[in-house]
Design a protein. Structure first.
Length: 544
């Protein structure tokens, strides 16, 4: 018995030591490459290849595309949140389930869907040209500023919808009921009462959408027009095309400072939102009554979602099973599977994603345990460490990693992804650890002076669902990442995302659609299974 206890204690000690070492390694894998990327900004003997006016123009363009993309998400997401939280209608649960798509479907896949739908040779252009005997494609908005913001806006609207609907269906309706008894119209009630009750949720959902669009790379790279570029794309061109590392450093610092400022605003509103929106099990009743105005608005929103959100996703699959004449065929899939680089890229994707997700989950769990148990958890530095990677772009990290490790390999990619993604695992696990009652922690302290007993016998059993959820989320992020593999340019190494991007870049859109569709299925399957394990009794709010 003593031998068994000794062996168990030794395993616990070794596991804890390896986990802490991994956390420190992941933090160093972020700090060293990012320092390498930004240090040239402080060299007095160098000048940037970008003038001050050009930098200001790039910053303005980046903020403009992110802000307008966010507004489109709000314009679609808030009305959709009203209907799913207040009304009963066929397809309501399906509409709510769309909230998982921005979290598990990579932007590259959505971009391919828009190309297949609205591209020069897309479904709508082919239909319009054949119907009206046109020589040129009538829809040419995709490769422009508006193509970028429409794609990003509709891609992210489910995040707004789910967050706002969560708040909307639990707000206290006594004020609005009193106003209705006094004769106030529905619009008056909404503009004076309801909007204030849901404003915290709207802002809390807007800022993450803004950050996602601010760091957008693949969509801007594919759809960007001449003369307009974002900080992310400018960093990529400065580092990869011009080898201007001083400009990379300056632009990366500016980008991170802007992101940190926005994230600080987000942190303030998130705290306010938590106070205004405490956890509640009570949900307001829904009804199936639609006024004429609400019916028109509902049909308009559903039409826009179907046109700009669902159709591009469906188009990816249709493009992968259609030939140039529009006939159904499996030849595209056969062609993709027979390509020399397909199976190696699939293998690289799975192994890289598994390693990255494992490292992120372990590092995130270790840091979450430290924050939960440490008396230093309110220290500014302790709270800032997991925020910093979220304010650094994949392009800047990739260039910094290339400057650190001259010859990249798969381990380099895993290190770079883990350094950027572990805070997402930490945030999910922090929620689970925060839910552990303090009385349970205090009881564990009394029963055993060894802190490892508290971790292995209390914290891990309480949070194992969160660990699996964090694994699934970071697995999907790693699978769908085409940016870091592109920037690192590892010799003779492709992931499925990079393989898909290269097919699209060589105008083989049918093959790219097949490869991208398979990638999306892998990401979504792992993410949804992990999310279902996380919340087995809550399929409605799976994205949360």
């Amino acid at each position: 018995m003593q031998k068994t206890s000794f062996t168990s204690r030794a395993v616990q000690t070794i596991s804890a030591g390896i986990s802490i070492l991994l956390l420190l390694t992941v933090i160093l894998c972020f700090a060293i490459p990012y320092a390498k990327a930004v240090i040239p900004a402080f060299g007095s003997s160098h000048t940037t290849g970008y003038s001050a006016a050009r930098i200001i123009s790039i910053i303005w363009y980046t903020f403009k595309e992110a802000f307008i993309s966010m507004l489109i998400s709000v314009a679609i997401g808030v009305p959709a949140a009203y209907f799913v939280s207040q009304k009963k209608f066929p397809g309501r649960e399906f509409l709510l389930s769309l909230g998982a798509i921005p979290l598990c479907i990579p932007p590259l896949i959505v971009a391919l869907g828009y190309i297949a739908t609205f591209g020069m040779n897309g479904i709508f252009n082919r239909f319009l040209m054949s119907t009206f005997k046109l020589e040129n494609p009538p829809l040419q908005f995709l490769y422009s500023f508006w193509g970028i913001v429409i794609t990003q806006g509709f891609y992210n609207f489910p995040l707004v919808m789910v967050t706002v609907s969560d708040r909307w269906e639990t707000i206290d309706k006594r004020q609005s009921d009193a106003a209705k008894m006094l004769g106030a119209s529905n619009f008056k009630i909404f503009s004076t009462i309801t909007i204030h009750q849901i404003s915290g949720a709207i802002i809390s959902s807007c800022i993450p959408v803004f950050i996602f669009c601010f760091f957008s790379f693949m969509i801007v790279l594919l759809f960007g027009s001449i003369g307009g570029t974002t900080l992310e794309v400018a960093i990529y061109h400065a580092g990869r095309s011009d080898l201007d590392f001083h400009s990379v450093a300056v632009l990366s610092l500016i980008e991170s400072l802007c992101a940190l400022l926005v994230m600080e605003v987000y942190a303030v509103f998130e705290k306010k939102h938590e106070k205004e929106n405490p956890i509640s099990l009570k949900k307001n009743d829904t009804n199936s009554d639609f006024s004429p105005i609400s019916a028109v608005l509902f049909l308009s929103i559903i039409l826009l979602i179907a046109l700009f959100f669902l159709t591009p996703i469906i188009s990816i699959f249709l493009s992968s099973i259609s030939d140039k004449k529009g006939s159904l065929t499996l030849s595209v899939w056969k062609n993709v599977f027979s390509m020399k680089g397909f199976l190696p890229s699939l293998k690289n994707t799975i192994t890289t994603a598994c390693a990255t997700a494992s490292f992120c989950s372990i590092a995130g769990f270790c840091y979450a345990v430290f924050v939960r148990l440490s008396p230093l958890k309110k220290n500014t530095l302790i709270r800032t460490i997991p925020i910093l990677p979220m304010a650094v772009s994949s392009v800047a990290m990739g260039i910094g990693m290339s400057m650190t490790v001259k010859q990249g390999n798969q381990l380099t990619l895993i290190a770079a992804q883990s350094a950027l993604y572990w805070p997402f695992a930490y945030r999910q696990l922090q929620t689970h650890l925060s839910a552990i009652p303090q009385d349970v922690i205090n009881g564990a302290n009394l029963l055993s002076p060894n802190p490892l007993d508290k971790i292995f016998k209390i914290i891990i059993p309480y949070s194992w669902r969160g660990i699996i959820s964090a694994f699934g989320f970071t697995f999907a992020m790693s699978c769908g990442d085409a940016t870091l593999p592109l920037v690192l340019a590892i010799p003779r190494f492709d992931t499925l995302a990079l393989f898909t991007y290269r097919l699209a870049g060589s105008y083989r859109f049918s093959q790219a659609s097949a490869s991208g569709f398979l990638l999306g299925i892998i990401c979504a399957t792992v993410f949804l299974i992990a999310n279902r394990i996380k919340s087995p009794h809550n399929s409605k709010r799976s994205p949360q």
